[in-house]
Structure formats: C-alpha cells, structure tokens
Design a protein around this ligand. Structure first.
Ligand SMILES: [Zn+2]
Length: 314
C-alpha cells in the first residue's frame, strides 16, 4: 500500500514522466536518450554517439549486512580481488565511444577496464583512474588524463572538467589523499580502487548541457554560473552532511530544468531486486528539496536499465 502511495505521489504530483524509448520516432535527433545503470552509472546516447558515465554493472554482494539475505550470490569482502560480471555487461553494453569517470572507487571504475577493452572507448578520468586502466592494459591513446579545469572539444560534444569533492562518507570523516602515480599491480582488490580525487563534468551535447556528478558533494565556486538544462544529482544519504546541499547546488547552477537523481540505489543487490526502500528514504525527501529550491525543475526518477528521452527544449 505504501509502495503504491509513494509511487502515486511521485508520478502524479512531482515527476515529469519520461518519454520511453519505444515512443521515439525513427530518425529524430536533437534529443538525448539516457539509461540508468545503477550507482552513478549511465548510458547517454545522442544519435550514434554513446557516452558512459561510471558504468558499474557487476553490483557485487559486498559488506553484508548492507547486502540482502535473499541475494544468493557469492559474498565479497574489500580484501577480495574484483572480477567483472562480463556476461551481464555484454547483455547491456554493446558499444561505447567515451567513458567519463568521476573517481576511482570500485563502484565507479571497476567495470571500466573490461568495458574499455571490449568497446575501445576513450576514457576521461584522473591520473589514478588512468593508471588503474593502464594496469589492466588499456593503451595510452584511449586515455585522457585530466585534473579539473580543462575544457576540451571533441567531434560531437565538448566537456568542461570540474574539480569536485568526494561524498562526505562516515559522517564527514572520510578523507583519502592517496593517488596512483604509476600503474598498480593488476588485478586489483576491491579496496585498491582508491578515490584518487573527484571530478564533475559539464558535457555540452548539440542541444543539451548535462552536468554530471559521481557523488554527493561539490565545490560551489566551481559550479556557480554554469547553466546546464539537465543535472545528474547525487542523492545518497551523505548529502545530508552538506550544508543546504540541494538548494545551493540548484541555485548555483541556475535552476536546471531537469533534475535526475543518481547514486541513490542499493548497488549491492542485483538489478531485479526492489529499490523501494531507497526511493522512500532518499528520493521522496529529495523531491521535496527540489520543489522547495527550484519549483520549476522537473525531477525524473530513473529505473534501472530503462531508457528515457529528453527532447530539445529549443
Ligand atoms: Zn566513492
């Protein structure tokens, strides 16, 4: 009952109902298609261009009891070696041109070696991200090593790389200044996927500017004055450690028309498991925060592996 009630609130009152891919007329362009991979992972498609953000599909059963007792898969500890679920990745990802990585923790980077090898996609990320990929044999001509501040143009888009901060985990006690100056030994243990610095990206496609986040923190002076029409906003609990997180973020970025929560799901369970608790605990209050800070914005709550389209507003 509660589940249905919450769903009704989300769909009827506050949320723009996205146009799903089945409704797209063939040949239309000037629009972006987004597919949520869970955690901070996305597939963004514009015409034939395929861009991935932090694609993490393996969704290891890690750190029980945070995982689910109904999940019968093998349990992992952080001292275990990481291995991608390549069969699952092959089902979901056939092509990628570019992969943007926000930071190097396992839930952002650990599936990128397999995906980069398989697709030959170019990867944009920090020195640590690139050194981990070198460790897995990804060649230098596939890697763009950035630190934040770059504003690069590519054939089908341009991207401003934005210095950022990691989520304030462990009630603000998280801090890790380690970086990989050289490739570590591969394969890596789960714990060896260190943060290595955090970035955001402003990706300017033909008709949309998408501001991306890989977590629940940002540097206000680095985002103030940006005018994205779409923002992927980190919505896990640690946003509550940040002063006026949603209000400051949306105000600084000129009240983006479309707000899409990211990194809000329980990524330690398989895709088919319910995310209702995460929706109730994180998404519902976040929608209220958006409504208060930026009433004209529309919130799209993504579902795992379902595509939706953002049409041009021009
Ligand atoms: Zn992280």
């Amino acid at each position: 009952m509660l589940v249905k009630h919450i769903r009704d609130i989300i769909i009827n009152v506050l949320v723009f109902v996205p146009l799903f891919i089945s409704q797209i007329a063939f040949g239309q362009s000037q629009q972006l298609e987004l597919k949520y991979l869970g955690a901070a992972g996305w597939i963004i498609t514009q015409d034939s261009l395929v861009v991935l953000l932090d694609p993490y599909l393996t969704r290891l059963k890690l750190d029980s009891p945070a995982s689910d007792s109904k999940d019968t898969r093998k349990s992992y500890e952080r001292s275990d070696y990481f291995q991608s679920d390549s069969a699952l990745i092959d089902k979901v990802i056939q092509k990628a041109d570019y992969i943007f990585v926000h930071h190097s923790h396992f839930d952002h980077l650990s599936d990128v070696p397999y995906i980069a090898k398989k697709t030959r996609a170019k990867v944009i990320g920090t020195e640590s991200t690139c050194n981990i990929l070198r460790a897995y044999g990804i060649p230098d001509d596939q890697l763009y090593e950035v630190q934040g501040g770059e504003d690069y143009i590519f054939e089908e888009f341009s991207v401003k790389v934005i210095p950022s901060l990691h989520s304030a985990l462990r009630f603000k006690h998280f801090f890790d200044s380690r970086v990989y100056k050289d490739p570590p030994g591969a394969p890596l243990k789960i714990a060896d996927f260190i943060e290595g610095g955090s970035l955001m990206y402003l990706i300017r496609f033909d008709t949309h500017q998408v501001l991306t986040m890989g977590g629940m923190n940002f540097i206000e002076k680095e985002v103030v004055g940006l005018t994205p029409d779409v923002i992927l906003t980190g919505v896990n609990f640690s946003r509550n450690e940040i002063f006026n997180y949603t209000g400051r973020l949306l105000t600084a970025t000129n009240f983006p028309k479309i707000v899409i929560p990211t990194h809000w799901d329980n990524f330690r369970v398989p895709y088919e498991f319910s995310q209702q608790k995460a929706i109730e605990d994180k998404i519902v209050p976040f929608i209220e925060e958006v409504k208060a800070a930026s009433p004209e914005s529309r919130v799209i709550v993504p579902e795992h592996l379902k595509s939706f389209v953002i049409k041009s507003t021009k």
